[in-house]
Design a protein around this ligand. Sequence first.
Ligand code: ZN
Ligand code: ZN
Length: 358
Amino acid sequence: MSSELFRQGGPHNVRRTGSETYEFSISVPKDQDGRTARECPGGGCSPGFFKIKCGTGVKNQTEAFCPYCRASGKPSDFTTKEQVRYARQIVEAQAHEGVERMMKEALGLDSQGRRQLVGGLLNVSIEMKPSSKPHVWRPWETILKRDLVCPRCELDQSVYGLAVWCADCGGDIFSTHILGELNVIRAMLADVPRRRELLGERAAAKDVENALEDLVSVFEAVLKIDLQRFMRLHGVADSEIESKMRRIGSRMQSVSNAQAIVPDHCNGNQLFTDANVLQKLDAVFQKRHPITHNLGVIDRKYLERVRSGEAEGREVRVDQGEVEQAAEAVFLVLEDLHLRLFPDSVRAAVSSPANATP
Ligand SMILES: [Zn+2]
Ligand SMILES: [Zn+2]
């Protein structure tokens, strides 16, 4: 057949590379910030999805890393399923056109896709009605991202959950990732005055409570990741780590419990040396119990207990400034512990969340 399935050249620079092979160059769409999506090649990695800004980070890169599980591979191994789908749809749309063109030629149809087969008394014609071309959807991606720059190789990257590694140099930049998580909370707190104006006192108070809840979650999640990695690094079997973590459960949501648990699992390493900082943090963390147990609805019995002194005048309201200060303390404690447990890890470029602008 003289005709080709794909026209060479065009926006995708199509080249025929063999009797039945073609090469397409399809550039992957970037988001509005100029970042390109990437996906961990290891199955079961969660969230497994991140973004990088091409041109930043390691030059002439031959090996890339997953920021969550540190799976490594060629940079092209990190193509997302969405990008593969997008490329496939572009090729399919062009193949659709090519097949149509070849059919018309083979059947000898005119430009309207018709051919008169028999003349005279009987008029028979064939007609080909092209079906509609498949639509090419652009990749979609989730919006909840944390942007950060690797302090070691300067790769500009975004992640969608708590990550440990840099996607380009594979360095342990857990501190920077923790800072990214805390900056999400700080951004939420910074928006409280506007929300108060817009939605009232109740909504603003709820925002502060949610921020505290998130802060406790980050504290617990980071400690869990550090403990498990430390134990694995020091030869503790996976099954034993699993049963130890099960026994810990959610107890590290409390600072005082974490103070006892950390040295037990990390060869005697203390959570933090300054007991004052931990004590203050513990007090703020404890405020979330009455708040969350009442699901944010003011419980009449609870109020009565406060009034009758039964709740021992315990301050249950938590304000924006308190949670902001607690976020700073959380970063101080977590970065310090991480650097002591893993001496190869890289300190965050901004050492205090107070100086970081999200
Ligand atoms: Zn991964
Ligand atoms: Zn890096």
